[in-house]
Design a protein around this ligand. Structure first.
Ligand SMILES: C[S@@+](CC[C@H](N)C(=O)[O-])C[C@H]1O[C@@H](n2cnc3c(N)ncnc32)[C@H](O)[C@@H]1O
Length: 267
């Protein structure tokens, strides 16, 4: 896996399957701005801006919002939803940002580092385009493990190498920036919200390859995982179509880049 996972194939179902429940977008945008110290004068860049799930509401709160993504079709969807927000998007790889050094008062990254094998190069680029003292705001989501046993059934039969993320492993989200020498600027900030999902919906979403982790599986691998999950559903859920409450928590934390290496002694 040397290539980033681009989301062209998700355009028609991304917002429906990843969108926030009504009323949650604005508090999440406020959380991101608070975490990054952004205000109505800030110039902010999002890497992997997608359909603007984060970008459009945050753009309403800052001076100018810029987004890059490998997927032109995801950004076309963003443009179709734009309603006067000051947001500029362009097709680019986050590992080769088309901006001069020190261009931004903040960079936002939400659910993207796990998709990019060259994520260390992305961090170098983020560091380059941040003005001195400006943060990277990194966000990821935790769920309450309502369907933990179903996922265990899936993981037991899907080849482990096919379960690995292309970039940063998802479970390293809270730590990898610290491990790379970035400094936390404040604690993790959180916003919790609830959704309802039936076990049968989860199975259907898997079979439809809604999650990017299923895109590289062969049809056989996918079906083996789905059958294992179906058996786990049959064992634990007498009414698999009944929605269950799930709690998600969006995590946000600001980080400052590692200090520049001091120049070596003159020869
Ligand atoms: C899971 S989506 C997240 C979109 C948005 N940040 C959000 O939270 O809704 C990840 C996006 O990153 C894009 N992406 C993946 N690798 C990328 C890269 N190397 N450079 C820029 N965008 C990339 C994908 O095409 C996709 O649109």
């Amino acid at each position: 896996m040397n290539e980033s996972v681009r989301f062209d194939r998700a355009v028609d179902f991304y917002d429906q399957t990843r969108g926030f429940p009504p009323g949650e977008e604005q508090p999440i945008a406020a959380l991101i701005c608070r975490t990054g110290g952004f205000n109505e004068a800030s110039r902010v860049l999002e890497i992997g801006v997608g359909t603007g799930r984060i970008g459009l509401p945050v753009a309403r709160r800052v001076g100018a919002y810029f987004g890059v993504d490998l997927s032109a079709s995801m950004m076309l969807r963003l443009k179709a939803k734009q309603q006067g927000e000051t947001i500029y998007v362009g097709q680019a790889d986050a590992a080769w940002l088309p901006f001069p050094a020190r261009s931004f008062d903040g960079v936002v990254a939400v659910h993207v580092f796990h998709l990019i094998p060259a994520w260390r190069q992305v961090l170098d680029e983020v560091r380059r385009v941040l003005r001195p003292g400006a943060p990277l705001v990194h966000c990821w989501t935790r769920d309450d493990q309502t369907f933990r046993k179903l996922w265990e059934a899936w993981r037991a039969v899907v080849p482990p190498e096919q379960q690995a993320d292309a970039g940063v492993q998802w479970k390293r989200n809270p730590d990898f920036l610290l491990d790379e020498g970035w400094q936390a600027a404040g604690d993790e900030q959180t916003h919790a919200y609830s959704v309802e999902r039936a076990p049968s919906e989860l199975l259907e979403a898997l079979r439809c390859r809604v999650w990017s982790s299923t895109w590289r599986l062969t049809d056989d691998e996918l079906e083996r995982g789905a059958v294992a999950m179906q058996a786990a559903i049959a064992a634990d859920y007498p009414n698999p179509d009944a929605p269950l409450p799930m709690r998600y928590t969006l995590m946000a934390r600001a980080y400052l880049p590692p200090a520049e290496e001091p120049p070596g002694p003159p020869f």
